[in-house]
Design a binder for this molecule. Structure first.
Ligand SMILES: Cc1cc2nc3c(=O)[nH]c(=O)nc-3n(C[C@H](O)[C@H](O)[C@H](O)COP(=O)(O)O)c2cc1C
Length: 232
């Protein structure tokens, strides 16, 4: 059941949040060591402090451990070679203007870090397919939201996902939110026996980062506040 937490002390160092958010990045190579369940539960409890409309807390997590993560990764990776994507939430229609440019730049950073040439389609496809192996992470969290809450349930879950990744960073863990596996929503729904009324939003692969892996070496830039704020 729920428990009302005590108010956090107002004297918490102001730099803590910034330090954690700046340290967090998408991790795409992992060590095999499992994460202690208590550490995972602590990160979930921290992330669950995220706000949600009416405090509905629509997020539910399905978390895998080994050998289940590897069993799912093998089956999903094989499935992704031939099946059509069918996400519960429609994929973005397009990326234009600054979104297109940022997406392109991120792709260049990723393939440069992986030493994949621009015209090497085979290597790019193989790297993309690593999504379905959860980049070798020992754990995967599948995030679902009640269908009846629609876009606002997904909005609430987005906040939870960010907070969860931040909490995992604080615990010394690597993580990556992934939309790609949610593209095979019917497969995941059948695999886990999830009802139609749970929308499959994304997965989060997590575990101890392989910090020596070149693919974990790049950091993505962010637009400055001037580009984000429209003062009135
Ligand atoms: C909702 C969401 C879905 C994402 N899906 C994927 C994905 O399918 N595959 C992937 O490699 N990265 C995915 N990412 C990670 C983004 O590429 C990454 O957050 C972005 O490039 C910024 O880099 P950073 O996380 O290292 O700061 C996703 C991130 C979010 C928030």
């Amino acid at each position: 059941m729920t428990s009302a937490p005590k108010a956090a002390p107002q004297t918490a160092p102001q730099t803590t949040l910034e330090t954690i958010l700046r340290a967090r990045h998408s991790c795409r190579a992992y060590r095999q060591a499992p994460v202690a369940p208590t550490l995972i539960e602590q990160a979930v409890a921290t992330a669950a402090r995220a706000p949600s409309w009416c405090n509905a807390q629509p997020w539910q997590l399905l978390i895998t451990r080994q050998p289940e993560t590897a069993r799912l990764a093998k089956a999903l990776h094989a499935h992704a070679q031939s099946a059509q994507m069918q996400p519960d939430l429609p994929w973005p229609e397009s990326y234009s203007g600054p979104y297109k440019a940022r997406r392109f730049d991120y792709g260049m950073q990723l393939y440069d870090a992986a030493a994949i040439a621009r015209d090497d389609k085979e290597a790019r496809t193989a790297q993309m397919l690593e999504n379905f192996r959860f980049f070798g992470a020992p754990h995967m969290a599948l995030i679902t939201s009640p269908r009846e809450l629609g876009a606002y349930g997904a909005l609430d879950c987005g906040g939870f996902v960010t907070a969860f990744c931040a909490a995992l960073t604080e615990a010394g863990l690597g993580s990556i939110p992934q939309a790609a596996p949610a593209g095979y929503a019917p497969f995941l729904r059948a695999w886990f026996g999830l009802p139609e009324e749970r929308l499959i939003l994304c997965t989060i692969a997590f575990g101890y980062s392989d910090t020596s892996a070149p693919i974990n070496s790049f950091r993505t830039p962010r637009a400055a506040p001037d580009n984000l704020i429209d003062w009135r």
